[in-house]
Design a protein around this ligand. Structure first.
Ligand SMILES: NC(=O)C1=CN([C@@H]2O[C@H](COP(=O)(O)OP(=O)(O)OC[C@H]3O[C@@H](n4cnc5c(N)ncnc54)[C@H](OP(=O)(O)O)[C@@H]3O)[C@@H](O)[C@H]2O)C=CC1
Ligand SMILES: O=C(O)[C@@H]1CCC=N1
Length: 274
């Protein structure tokens, strides 16, 4: 385990997920600090994980070897600008923000100095150890920095390195944002079932267990394609065929492609905005 001091600037949902993974995997809470303007989330983090907390971003960043930037993209510029007085040359920065390029962080309105910064894209299932993250390291990042980033991002699940920064936008569409797609699908199933007369709680229990079962079938049968697994459910002339045909007639795959393209386009637009 590393002895690097890690600070999180922004103590929201994603920081909590990553901190939870780190502490649960044995990282010393004494080496972790979270900084946030309001204190409620800090108190909860301190109570749950015994980490250090502060409302002073500058002090937290100054004391850290690794700084995880975890505020909303809209706030990133002002948060970085307030850290300009620090010498960041010996620190590793990790950003989890969507849609802000790695190069942008060195600009005069951001950190205003060359930095060692790794861009990552986690997802909310990190909270329960089943996260999936993408990571992009620019050319100035060494193996030791990559190793600590990998340790942080795999503490709550899996992580992959991407070769090109543009691929991070595909990671957003496939893994960062996609838990919401699955939740939307389950939402729609529960809504349909309740409209057909089933009690909400029962409908949720049925839909979520089917989702879990389908996810585990994918994981535990790497030799079978998703298409084959689908076909194994679909009896000739049976019920599944009717349901699946309905999705195909409604162009589900075209809709999914459009949704992912729109997700990527938004990430690209954010890169211009921020
Ligand atoms: N949610 C997701 O699924 C994913 C999110 N991301 C990225 O993670 C980042 C954070 O998202 P998420 O955790 O969901 O957002 P949250 O809103 O949950 O967390 C952001 C935190 O930043 C805090 N904050 C606001 N201003 C400052 C400041 N000046 N200094 C320090 N902290 C500040 C907020 O505090 P307060 O509430 O007190 O204002 C809040 O606790 C975003 O950039 C997003 O793109 C990446 C992958 C997945
Ligand atoms: O919606 C967003 O912008 C963030 C990034 C991926 C998931 N949530």
């Amino acid at each position: 385990m590393s002895d690097k001091r890690i600070c999180f600037i922004g103590a929201g949902n994603m920081s909590r997920s990553i901190i939870s993974g780190l502490v649960n995997s044995g990282y010393s809470p004494q080496l972790i600090e979270a900084s946030n303007p309001s204190t409620g989330k800090l108190q909860a983090l301190q109570a749950d994980f015994a980490i250090k907390v502060t409302t002073d971003n500058l002090a937290a960043a100054k004391a850290a070897d690794v700084i995880v930037l975890a505020v909303k993209p809209q706030l990133m510029q002002q948060v970085c600008a307030a850290l300009q007085s620090l010498d960041l040359s010996n620190k590793l920065l990790i950003t989890i923000a969507a849609g802000i390029s790695a190069a942008r962080y060195s600009d005069s309105d951001y950190l205003a100095q060359p930095v060692k910064l790794i861009r990552t894209m986690p997802n909310t299932p990190m909270q329960i150890g089943t996260g999936m993250s993408g990571m992009f390291a620019p050319a100035n990042i060494n193996d030791e920095d990559k190793a600590i980033c990998n340790l942080i991002m795999t503490s709550g699940g899996q992580a992959v390195w991407v070769e090109k920064e543009a691929d991070l936008n595909l990671v957003i569409a496939l893994a960062g944002s996609s838990p919401a797609y699955f939740f939307l699908f389950v939402e729609a199933m529960i809504k349909a079932a309740t409209e057909l007369g089933m009690e909400q709680q029962t409908a949720r229990a049925l839909a979520q267990q089917a989702a879990l079962g389908a996810a585990k079938m994918l994981l535990e049968n790497p030799q079978l394609s998703p298409q084959q697994l689908r076909q194994n459910v679909t009896s000739k002339g049976g019920t599944t065929h009717e349901a699946v045909e309905t999705f195909i007639q409604g162009n589900l795959s075209g809709l999914v492609k459009q949704a992912m393209n729109n997700c990527i386009a938004r990430a690209e637009a954010m890169a211009q905005e921020f």
